[in-house]
Structures are given as structure tokens and as C-alpha cells.
Ligand binder design. Structure first.
Ligand SMILES: C[S@@+](CC[C@H](N)C(=O)[O-])C[C@H]1O[C@@H](n2cnc3c(N)ncnc32)[C@H](O)[C@@H]1O
Ligand code: SF4
Length: 450
């Protein structure tokens, strides 16, 4: 295993930004997206014919008041109407989308829907799509809401992978995060869920205020003890929109990296595989939904705030349930053909490996050539190595993976070669000034060509 050398990772001028989310990685692409009508996309899908894919359903409702949460969420109201809108939208896409290989119901807290609404949702999806027999069907929940009756109902409805947002078992940190219920209660619920669901996964946060390496390892130890199949380990995003982000300074990046390295070794020593930047699997958990997204497979997003990716288009939705019920049509942003291989390579970074030959064969696109500057810098920092036909990220590289992906995108889209430098193309303009301002402040090292 590659050891991280604390202190080596910062650029000389200390400007390298640690991007914690893949949304930040995708940010440099936004400028190139071209707005199209939903009819345009339906015509495109009509030509392609039905294809297999993944479904993402966003249920924005939640009764929690967590101090850190950056997700699209709101207090439950008009929930049945909302579920019906989701099902109506589902029908509009069903001809182009078959079979469904995986479903991910995320939130918010989807289990805040009543039993009747959950039945309506899952039965409705089952009637609308041809869902594969062995489809991976996941739903997010939080331990404080997980009743025996809901667990049994979910299994009855076909859910075979339960994702519980634990965040931490530590009582002090649970308070800081505004989590309901104590760590012991969470463990009890997880042990029961372990008996009920074929696959049980949890979310754990690190880089929390005042949290040390021992605290994170103690959380992971508990998870291993319960026999959790998959662990998503996210660094806390200190957003100014959250109470925690306003109250606390983000710890130094060196601290976070040290914790990440120890957590990764601990999980690997206990039989887990690091299957993508934030996810560790004990073996059976494939997290098929995330694999779809990161390999540019067809992902149909349904519901407020949901984003899908279909036929090289991102499809976004209205951000609140009220707006969505009024207007559920997706908003379509087409990724120009020439940008698709860049997005593909950048998405592969999430897995810590980029196949060099595949993009050469498919698009005549050589990652070693196109991202030469980023790759050389990363190799100097021991974040990447080239092994045969694969660019591999080291442990240190996995920590920086979102940043590295964005650096690759910026190298090509804003400072590189090809025909993609026409930032003035009005059709590709989406809130250009805001975008460029944010991109410039994020990537101070780069010269922009606008
Ligand atoms: C919307 S939550 C759904 C889970 C469920 N509602 C719960 O609270 O347990 C999905 C996951 O997003 C992650 N998340 C939310 N806010 C975050 C932040 N500020 N930084 C990093 N991850 C965050 C948490 O790990 C959370 O489990
Ligand atoms: S973390 Fe989960 S429970 Fe907490 S506010 Fe966000 S969606 Fe709600």
C-alpha cells in the first residue's frame, strides 16, 4: 500500500483546493453544456430505442434538522401528490428505458413517506418499468426512523439494499451534527436491519470538527463488528449554507488526509475493497447505481432536485417538491460530443483507474496526451502511477481524486487543445459569469481563455 507522506501534498504556493464532492469535479463541464428542449431529447431517445439503465428517485422530505446537511430536503407536505407526480413522470420515460438494472431512492429521508406512499411508489415503478429480477434496489434512511414495520414493508416491496446515514456513533459528535438518537440505539437498529436486508450499507463522515483519527477508526470498528456490507466514507463539506459550516473552520487538509489513509488501511485490513473514492465494499455490495453514473450509463432521475444522465445529456429537475408538482419536465443540458471522452476519463478517476486504451479505441482520445500536464504533476506528487495500460491512483491520489478529475477537465477544456475553447459560443452559455467566477476562484493556478 502507498503510504501518504504528510506535508508533501500542497502546491508550493498552497493554492491547491481539496474538492470534496464529485459535483465540484463536474463543475468545469457546465460551461460547455448546451440547453436543449425535452422534445429534442425524446426524439434522440426515440432514434436510439429502449436501453437498459438505472433509476434515481429523489424524495426530498425529511423531518431531521441536521446541522451539516447540504442535500435538497424539505418538511413533508403534499407527499402523496408528490409521489403521484414522480410516477407520472416515470411513465413519460418508460418507453426509452428498459430493462431497469438498479433503482436508488435517495433523499432527504425517503422512509419519511408513509407506508401507503412507499407502496404506491414501489408498486407504481414496478408497473411502469421492466425491472430486472436481480436488480439492486436501494433506499436511504436514517436509524431514528427505522421501525420494524417499515423494514419489513421495504423488503416486501423489493428493497434489497438499505443505506443508513449513520454519520458517526460518537455521542459528542452526534450532538454537533444534530443527529437524533444515541450511538447505541443506532447499533441496535443496524443489527436488526442486518438480519432483514440482504445488503446493508452505511454513511460515515470524517473531517468533523474536533474529530481525531481514533474517533473515525472507532466508528469503522463498530461498522465492521455489525457486518456492514458497504461503507460510504465522506469528508464533511463545510458549506456556508449549514449551521456547522458557519460555526466551525474546516480542519487542515493534512489532518483529513492522515485520517483517510488510516481509515482506508483499517477497512482494507478488515477485508473491504475500496471500490470508488468514497465507498468500501466487503465484497457483495456492488453499489451498481454509482457505477452507472460514473461510467456514463443511462441514469433516469425522477423527482425534485434529481439529476439524470441520458443520451449524453444531463437532465435536471425543479428544486422543490412544490415546483416539481407544478412542472415535472426535466431540463435538458446536452454534453457536446467532443466533451464526452473528457467526462468519461474524469469519471473513471472516481474508481482510481483510467483505462488508456479504451478511449483511444472508442474516440481516438489519448488520456496520456490530453491530460499530460495533470498526469505529470500527479506522478511527481506520487498520486498516480502508470501500470501497463492503466493510469492508477495511489492512496494519496484517491484522497485528491475529485480535485484531480477537475484538474484534468480544466486542462483540456480551458487550457488545452482541440476545438473546445470557444467559450463565447452563446448556445453553450449557462450563467457564464457565475460559472467562470467560481471556476477561477477554485482553480487559481490556471489561465483561462475566455
Ligand atoms: C441526504 S442524506 C440521506 C440519509 C438520511 N437522511 C440520514 O440523514 O441518515 C445522504 C448522505 O449525504 C451525506 N451528507 C449530507 N450532508 C453532507 C455534508 N455537508 N458533507 C458531506 N456529506 C454530507 C451524509 O453522509 C448523508 O448520509
Ligand atoms: S442528513 Fe438526512 S436526516 Fe439530516 S437533514 Fe439531511 S436528509 Fe434530513
Amino acid at each position: 500500500m502507498n503510504k501518504i507522506q504528510v506535508g508533501r501534498r500542497m502546491d508550493k504556493n498552497n493554492t491547491r483546493k481539496w474538492l470534496k464532492s464529485h459535483h465540484d469535479t463536474l463543475f468545469p463541464f457546465f460551461h460547455y453544456l448546451k440547453r436543449e428542449s425535452i422534445k429534442w431529447l425524446f426524439d434522440r431517445l426515440e432514434q436510439k430505442g429502449a436501453e437498459k439503465g438505472a433509476l434515481y428517485v429523489h424524495i426530498p422530505f425529511c423531518t431531521g434538522k441536521c446541522t451539516f446537511c447540504i442535500l435538497t430536503k424539505e418538511s413533508p407536505s403534499h407527499t402523496t401528490k408528490y409521489v403521484n407526480s414522480v410516477l407520472e413522470e416515470a411513465k413519460e420515460w418508460s418507453d426509452y428505458f428498459s430493462p431497469v438494472e438498479t433503482i436508488y431512492v435517495g433523499g432527504g429521508t425517503p422512509t419519511s413517506l408513509s407506508s401507503e406512499e412507499l407502496k404506491l411508489l414501489f408498486n407504481g415503478l414496478g408497473e411502469t418499468f421492466q425491472i430486472e429480477k436481480d436488480a439492486e434496489i436501494s433506499i436511504e434512511t436514517t436509524a431514528s426512523e427505522l421501525t420494524e414495520a417499515k423494514m419489513n414493508l421495504l423488503v416486501e416491496l423489493g428493497v434489497n439494499r438499505l443505506s443508513v446515514g449513520v454519520q458517526t456513533f460518537n455521542p459528542g459528535l452526534r450532538k454537533v451534527l444534530g443527529r437524533r438518537g444515541g450511538g447505541k440505539e443506532v447499533i441496535k437498529k443496524l443489527n436488526r436491519a442486518r438480519e432483514v436486508f440482504p445488503l446493508l450499507t452505511i454513511d460515515i463522515l470524517y473531517d468533523l470538527p474536533g474529530q481525531g483519527k481514533r474517533d473515525v477508526i472507532a466508528d469503522l470498528q463498530k461498522a465492521v463488528g455489525i457486518g456492514i456490507d458497504g461503507i460510504s466514507l465522506y469528508p464533511l463539506i463545510y458549506s456556508p449554507k449549514t449551521a456547522i459550516g458557519r460555526q466551525f473552520e474546516q480542519p487542515p487538509v493534512e489532518t483529513a488526509m492522515d485520517i483517510f489513509e488510516s481509515a482506508k488501511s483499517f477497512l482494507e485490513d478488515n477485508g473491504y475493497n475500496h471500490i470508488n473514492i468514497n465507498h468500501f465494499s466487503y465484497g457483495r455490495d456492488k453499489f451498481r447505481y454509482s457505477t452507472y453514473f460514473n461510467s456514463l450509463g443511462n441514469v433516469l432521475g425522477l423527482g425534485a432536485g434529481a439529476t439524470g444522465f441520458l443520451a449524453d445529456c444531463f437532465v435536471k429537475h425543479q428544486s422543490t417538491s412544490k415546483k416539481y408538482i407544478r412542472d415535472r419536465a426535466g431540463i435538458v443540458f446536452n454534453m457536446p460530443e467532443k466533451v464526452v471522452p473528457v467526462l468519461w476519463c474524469v469519471s473513471q478517476v472516481q474508481y482510481g483507474r483510467i483505462d488508456i486504451e479504451m478511449p483511444k479505441r472508442r474516440w481516438d482520445f489519448d488520456p496520456l496526451d490530453v491530460f499530460a500536464r495533470t498526469i505529470n504533476k500527479c506522478m511527481d506528487r506520487r498520486e498516480m502511477i502508470i501500470r501497463g495500460n492503466v493510469i492508477e491512483l495511489t492512496t494519496e491520489g484517491m484522497f485528491w481524486a475529485n480535485t484531480i478529475g477537475a484538474e484534468m477537465a480544466v486542462e483540456y477544456l480551458y487550457g488545452g487543445k482541440g476545438e473546445l475553447l470557444s467559450l463565447e459560443d452563446k448556445k453553450s452559455k449557462i450563467a457564464k459569469e457565475i460559472m467562470l467566477k467560481k471556476i477561477r476562484s477554485t482553480y487559481r493556478d490556471y489561465r483561462f481563455l475566455s
